[in-house]
Ligand binder design. Structure first.
Ligand code: CO8
Length: 375
């Protein structure tokens, strides 16, 4: 016997603090001036390159991002620090990722009219985890009071859709009745705020999605018609930080590759065709045409990228609201982006309406979820 999986609730934890492009550029430029003054001799001797200023106009034009939420603002904007400063918590306190995840998870449960007693599993799917073990998912499970099991997974920006596929498959097969897929993303802690090419890209947030058997839904829900995941190895988005760091010569030195690095132009060029053909193939195999689609909730990395994908998938420019972006307010929140867009822009859909959630990023990875409004 198989069951029909459905998304019955979503929740978003949004940090209280946010940084505008103007604030970000002032801090970066102060850092660049300071760096150039401190290294004036080496720069004059041609040994190192001077740091160029960042610009608000460039950021908005290149990405569409206007501001980003963060877990700490002071450290990021201090030219002498340039990264978030987060309090060390004791092992007896909830960890920061678990706390963010629990907030989003409780909102998803409330949206579905359910409690922790209705949940059979927790998947914490995120692009980075604050410790190696024990799994953050198991801590979230404990804090929520969920029975069953929990595990962490990481597929960078595609973590949420890959997590939804894992949960939907388990619900479909009957091995669990329901699962929470939780995506706490503290991107600010692995972003290199001292690099003007990327310092504007990311923000912090947590999202959660409750997946249940459709028959257990108490209100309106989204039936998960089909999911599809794909990966293809690429070094164009990479972070070399990891547990072997200490074991390597000069491993603990402040190195550029210990934070997020990307070849943005190449990513742009290579990921666009990959995502467009992935969505087209998924729709084709499910008998879904562009005319059937009411909404696209895309990964929130770059406005031009989303405009391009929307046009490719629909065969025309998307109408306002058809392909909602949230990146102007949240920036790229890695795996959480498409779920924020879905959570904030799906209540108005009518029974029978179809949409696609799609995320893509490092790996490369791409995941799509075709959903149908029901109830
Ligand atoms: N201010 C002013 N000028 C700038 C700035 C700046 N801040 N930054 C760069 N410039 C300059 C460049 O130096 C360059 O100058 P020149 O032409 O003289 O060399 C010029 O502006 C143009 O630069 P680019 O070619 O880099 O600009 P693009 O138009 O390509 O835009 C983007 C850059 C926005 C990065 C764009 O390439 C892009 O969005 N690419 C796709 C990125 C993407 O989608 N990446 C996905 C990554 S997310 C993911 O997978 C999750 C990873 C895990 C999470 C990590 C959390 C930290």
């Amino acid at each position: 016997m198989t069951f029909t999986p459905a998304i019955t609730g979503t929740g978003v934890f949004t940090p209280e603090l946010s940084i505008s492009n103007a604030e970000l550029v002032v801090a970066f430029n102060a850092y660049a001036d300071r760096f150039n003054a401190e290294n004036a001799d080496a720069i004059a001797a041609g040994e190192i390159e001077a740091k160029a200023h960042s610009s608000e106009e460039f950021i908005l034009k290149a990405s569409g991002i206007e501001r980003r939420y963060v877990m700490d603002k002071d450290g990021i904007l201090d030219p002498a620090v340039m990264h978030p400063v987060l309090r060390q918590r004791s092992d007896d306190e909830p960890s920061i990722m678990a706390e963010m995840g629990v907030d989003a998870a409780n909102k998803a449960l409330a949206a579905a009219g359910k409690t922790a007693a209705d949940v059979g599993a927790v998947i914490c799917a995120a692009s980075n985890l604050e410790r190696a073990y024990p799994a953050v998912a198991i801590e979230i499970q404990e804090l929520l009071g969920v029975q069953g099991f929990a595990f962490d997974m990481n597929v960078a920006c595609s973590s949420a859709t890959f997590g939804i596929q894992a949960a939907a498959d388990m619900v479909r097969s009957g091995s669990i009745k329901s699962a929470l897929v939780v995506n706490p993303e503290i991107c600010s802690a692995h972003l290199e705020w001292r690099d003007r090419d990327c310092h504007f890209i990311f923000g912090d947030v947590a999202t959660a999605t409750l997946i249940e058997r459709a028959e257990d839904a108490t209100g309106l829900y989204f039936e998960i018609r089909s999911t599809r995941c794909a990966t293809e190895f690429s070094n164009n988005i990479r972070n070399n930080n990891g547990y072997l760091r200490r074991s390597r010569p000069a491993g603990m030195v402040d190195r550029r590759d210990m934070q997020f690095m990307q070849n943005g132009r190449k990513v742009f060029k290579e990921v666009l065709p990959m995502v467009s053909s992935h969505i087209a193939g998924h729709m084709g195999d499910e008998g879904v045409t562009a005319g059937d689609l009411k909404r696209l909730w895309l990964h929130q990395a770059n406005k031009s990228m989303n405009d391009f994908i929307g046009k490719k998938v629909l065969g025309r420019d998307p109408a306002p609201g058809e392909q909602p972006n949230i990146l102007q307010d949240y920036a790229n929140t890695s795996s959480a982006g498409s779920i924020i867009a879905f959570s904030q822009n799906s209540d108005d859909m009518q029974s029978g309406d179809l949409g696609i959630i799609c995320s893509f990023g490092a790996g490369y990875s791409v995941g799509s979820v075709i959903v149908e409004r029901r109830g």
